[in-house]
Design a binder for this molecule. Structure first.
Ligand code: NOJ
Length: 756
């Protein structure tokens, strides 16, 4: 490790190191001190910088940032993990061996937790609760910054309507409004301490990957982009997100890494984004594969001109940018502007401050392991994310003392897969597995109900033991635990069970990046087993662990209760035990419609009306000859403890710069306090362009004591009724809008307002 004695960051001739000076002044001083190769260095982001291999580059100031990642699809392959010591060594080398001593930005995909793992983002979205998302992100950033990380590549803000695309797991679902609200909450959470920058990704259109095929083209016009896909990115920029990642896809033929209009004119121009645009992994190099650049040099030129500031791993900038500037093919000011953005971010994160907590020896954060796990946060987030799709009086489970209960399925003992996709540092050993937790909770029923112990029929093995465990429990005759490895054995056990709880769904490896599927049913074989169990007459509860909305129509028919539990994270087992047995209300709602079949995709609650609407759709007749064309289970569906009164408006009129105030009363019919979302939908009846038949326009998350009635008031600015019209400009039209609360429930009600 090179040492020059004096820490270059504290020398008096370095005004950029003085925290008392304004940010822009510090950045300008630093920029003026830099050579062209040093400017380009700030834009070069290789993966996994190595102290020995990259020593000369670090000393030359030729690396501005690095990401720790196992490779091109880092969410699918775990690496050796990240540690504070390793990060500190890198920062020491960058600071002490280089002329200007500028620290690196150290990036990693901290997506839904670092050590403490919360539900996948799609599960978090099912809470509809900004607070949950904020707190999960803040915890993740706290743990990440304890390891010296300063940049996370989250949140993902792609608006999605096709579950064939494996990356829906990383999304907040199909609603632009929900994605915008939760995305902004995640940005605020990740950036709360000021030590970590978030990254709004993938800008833009990636969620439209044709046919759900990852990396495929996005066919979309600018009106739809602006009214749907750009909405969450604008919200993230308004929430102060530090960085934005370009998407792999092309939009209408223009790859996003070369999209001058959307990057420079919209994001950096219209919206005034002054942060960093980072390429996705080799995204600049892939301009050659897309067929819009002749070679890597050409790709570097296209990307810097379009407004991509940092080159993740392709090496195009490091290899060619200086020569392009010297040859007069790229304006030096483009390079200076990109470097200015990187340096601004570093100053804002305190990396140029002598006492920055992210740097070696300067903070009291010495590795995330010292923090332990926040299990309470993970457990509540998971329990709140579960969506009860059906419950014929089965939940919470109350087996009779004479009952035999069977817990079956591959997930009974699984741990790693319960964490979901994109978990780089979460420890599978720390995951609470399903069967032990549910067995324990069934045992607790004895105390809850003050029952005396029933006849134990212990078979010897416990829930962590053999493939088939028989566990004596005081409230039930027996609990059998079966890992589902042999369908015939499962059916044999189910024959003798009074109640079967089947834990089915897809492995984490079937979701996430490069995890597209051409079918959206349960993985092969599972439905057959469920059919078999149902045919035996056992009462059946099905818990679906998944990274994507699946077509569950037949499962809903077969089972007495169905819980959609996503991939729940570190506290999967305890959270499921809370909802299945301990009576914790599951108040999650679908953030994405469940399709009837793969042939129904893409699908969203916010379809735009055609010229030939379908009056019979509600009765099951749709646009297909062979099936209804509606969703199998629509967006927003899920169990609720609340009865809704009728929606009323404070006034029938709202001015274009005013706000609509609408209220309903909700009554908690359960014997527990509940916290659940109430959703408000909009229909703009006449506009310059077609507007969705309904679209989520506001959410209130309310806490209602047992048995109580409370008013829920929505204050919706008329601005929320606006849209981008034919000229792409935003407008709020006069005319009628319909606001509906309660859809898709039976007790939905609506008010009509005049915008004047
Ligand atoms: C590729 C993915 O598309 C992106 O989401 C991720 O942040 C980067 N790889 C870095 O791992």
């Amino acid at each position: 490790m090179p040492h020059h004695g004096e820490d270059p960051r504290t020398r008096s001739d370095r005004p950029w190191a003085d925290p008392a000076r304004p940010v822009e002044e510090r950045v300008a001083a630093l920029l003026d001190a830099m050579t062209l190769p040093e400017l380009v260095g700030q834009l070069h982001q290789p993966a996994n910088v190595d102290l020995e291999r990259d020593a000369a580059l670090l000393a030359a100031g030729a690396i501005g940032s690095t990401l720790h990642a196992s490779g091109a699809t880092a969410g699918n392959v775990r690496d050796g993990g990240v540690s504070r010591d390793r990060v500190d060594d890198l920062q020491r080398a960058a600071i002490e061996s280089s002329r200007l001593g500028i620290p690196l930005l150290i990036a990693r995909d901290v997506i839904h937790g670092h050590r403490t793992v919360a539900p996948i983002p799609l599960g978090q979205a099912a809470t509809f609760d900004e607070q949950v998302v904020h707190d999960v992100a803040a915890r993740a950033a706290l743990e990440a910054s304890a390891d010296g990380l300063t940049w996370t590549f989250a949140p993902m803000l792609d608006v999605v309507d096709d579950p064939r695309w494996g990356r829906v797991a990383e999304s907040f679902g199909e609603s632009p409004l929900l994605t915008a609200r939760l995305g902004a909450a995640a940005v605020r959470g990740f950036q709360a301490s000021g030590l970590v920058t978030a990254c709004a990704k993938h800008y833009v259109g990636y969620g439209l990957s044709r046919g759900g095929r990852d990396y495929a083209t996005a066919e979309v016009g600018e009106i739809t982009l602006r009214n749907r896909h750009l909405v969450p990115f604008r919200a993230a920029v308004d929430a102060g997100v530090g960085t934005v990642m370009a998407a792999f896809c092309d939009v209408d033929g223009v790859p996003m890494h070369s999209h001058h209009h959307l990057l420079r004119e919209v994001l950096k121009g219209e919206w005034g984004f002054d942060g960093v645009v980072v390429a996705d992994w080799n995204g600049i190099g892939e301009l050659v594969e897309h067929g819009v650049a002749a070679d890597l040099r050409d790709a570097a030129r296209l990307a810097i001109e379009a407004g991509v500031d940092v080159d993740m791993v392709s090496g195009a900038y490091a290899a060619h940018l200086a020569a392009l500037v010297e040859g007069g093919e790229v304006d030096l000011e483009l390079v200076r502007d990109a470097a200015r953005r990187v340096l601004r971010l570093k100053v804002r994160l305190g990396l140029l401050d002598p006492d920055c907590a992210s740097l070696p020896g300067r903070g009291d954060l010495a590795g995330s392991h010292g923090l332990g796990l926040d299990r309470a946060l993970a457990r509540e987030a998971a329990a709140r994310s579960f969506v009860v799709l059906r419950n014929d009086g089965m939940l919470p489970l109350r087996p009779r003392p004479t009952d035999t209960v069977l817990l079956t399925g591959a997930y009974t003992r699984e741990r790693a897969s319960l964490l979901g996709t994109w978990v780089l540092d979460g420890d599978p050993e720390q995951v609470s597995a399903v069967a032990p937790a549910v067995v324990r909770a069934l045992g607790e029923l004895a105390e809850l109900a003050e029952l005396t112990a029933g006849a134990g029929d212990a078979g010897g093995a416990d829930a962590d033991g053999d493939a088939v465990g028989v566990v004596a429990e005081p409230t039930v005759r027996r609990v059998l635990v079966d890992d589902g490895a042999f369908a015939d054995r499962t059916l044999r056990l189910a024959r003798d069970a009074d109640l079967t709880v089947a834990f089915v769904g897809e492995h984490a490896a079937r979701s996430g990046e490069d995890g597209s599927t051409s079918d959206v049913g349960l993985p092969p074989g599972q439905l057959e087993v469920l059919r078999g169990i149902a045919a035996l007459g056992s009462r059946l509860v099905v818990v679906v662990l998944t990274g994507r909305p699946l077509a569950l129509g037949e499962v809903l028919d077969l089972a007495d209760a169905v819980v959609l539990a996503w991939h729940p994270g570190t506290e999967a087992g305890e959270a499921l035990a809370d909802v299945l047995v301990r009576g914790v209300p599951a108040t999650g709602r679908l953030p994405m419609s469940l399709p009837r079949s793969v042939g129904h995709l893409p699908i969203t609650h916010a379809e735009r009306p055609s010229g030939r609407p379908l009056p019979d759709e509600a009765r099951g007749r749709g646009r297909y000859i062979d099936a209804p064309s509606s969703a199998g289970v629509p967006f927003g569906a899920g169990a609720s403890a609340l009865a809704y009164g009728s929606l009323t408006a404070a006034s029938g009129e709202v001015t274009r710069d005013g706000e609509a105030v609408v209220t309903l009363e909700v009554t908690n019919r359960s014997d527990r306090e509940v916290r659940e979302p109430v959703l408000l939908f909009l229909r703009d009846e006449v506009a310059e362009v077609t507007r969705p038949v309904r679209e989520l326009v506001d959410v209130q998350v309310v806490t209602v004591p047992a048995g109580a009635s409370v008013p829920v008031t929505f204050r919706v600015p008329a601005h929320a009724f606006g849209y981008h019209g034919r000229d792409h400009a935003f407008r709020v039209d006069p005319g009628r809008v319909v606001l509906t609360v309660g859809w898709p429930r039976a007790d939905a009600s609506a008010v009509v307002l005049d915008v004047v």
